[in-house]
Structures are given as C-alpha cells and as structure tokens.
Design a protein around this ligand. Structure first.
Ligand code: AMP
Ligand code: ZN
Length: 112
C-alpha cells in the first residue's frame, strides 16, 4: 500500500522519531505549526478515526497516554493541544490515523 505513514512506521521513509513501541510510533512533523509538533500513529494501517471499533479502540487510549508523556518530556507544562483531522472537511491530508501534539505557544480558538 502506498501510504507515507506506513512507510515511516516501517522505517522505509526516514523521520525524526520521538517515541516507538510495538504498536505505535511518534515523529516530528515535517512542517511544524508550533515549536513542538509531533505526530503519533498506530503502526497498523487505520485510515481515519472513523475506522475505530470496539475491537481496536484501545490503540486510541494508548496514543493519548503517549501524547501526555511526550508533552511532559517536551516541558509543555503550560498546556498543549491534541488534534485529529478527519476527512476532507476536517483537513485530513494523510489517510492513516494520526494525532497531532502541538505546544510551546498559545493556541487560538476556534481553529480555522
Ligand atoms: P493532516 O493534515 O492532519 O492529515 O496531517 C498530516 C501531517 O503530516 C501534516 O502536518 C504534514 O506536515 C505531515 N507530514 C506529511 N508527510 C510527512 C513526513 N514524511 N514526515 C513528517 N510529517 C509529515
Ligand atoms: Zn498507512
């Protein structure tokens, strides 16, 4: 399958990794939107959050747990934002489930 995040997970495409275990990996976004901008993905190809079921939803909890750990490691003590873009209207450009961990600056609300 021609999926850039599957290739990052397998190491076929290089990335600056922030975390890795057998189920998920985290790496720095190529086009950072904040001083800290890390993407966290399941290694298994799941195309979006719409594909989450009772059988695979544990991966989402694990991703959030690691996001909080990475926020602490990156000293985001004043807060941070976790974003999931889903589908065209949500602004999803890579069709492999990922969450963005953004921090190191004050975030605006509502997002654009
Ligand atoms: P989204 O728009 O939510 O689908 O987010 C996709 C994100 O992936 C964007 O922020 C891109 O900058 C980022 N991205 C795309 N290709 C790469 C790559 N090879 N390495 C790191 N980040 C990437
Ligand atoms: Zn994939």
């Amino acid at each position: 399958m021609d999926c850039v995040f599957c290739k990052i997970a397998s190491g076929e495409i290089p990335s600056k990794k922030a975390y890795e275990d057998e189920k998920i990996c985290a790496f720095y976004d190529l086009d950072p939107q904040a001083p800290v901008h890390i993407l966290i993905i399941p290694k298994e190809h799941i195309s979006s959050i719409k594909e989450i079921t009772p059988e695979n939803s544990g991966i989402v909890a694990h991703i959030f747990e690691v996001a909080v750990k990475l926020a602490k490691e990156n000293h985001l003590d004043n807060g941070f934002r976790i974003v999931n873009n889903c589908g065209e209207d949500g602004g999803q450009t890579v069709q492999h489930l990922h969450i963005h961990l953004l921090g190191g600056r004050s975030m605006k609300w509502p997002p654009g």
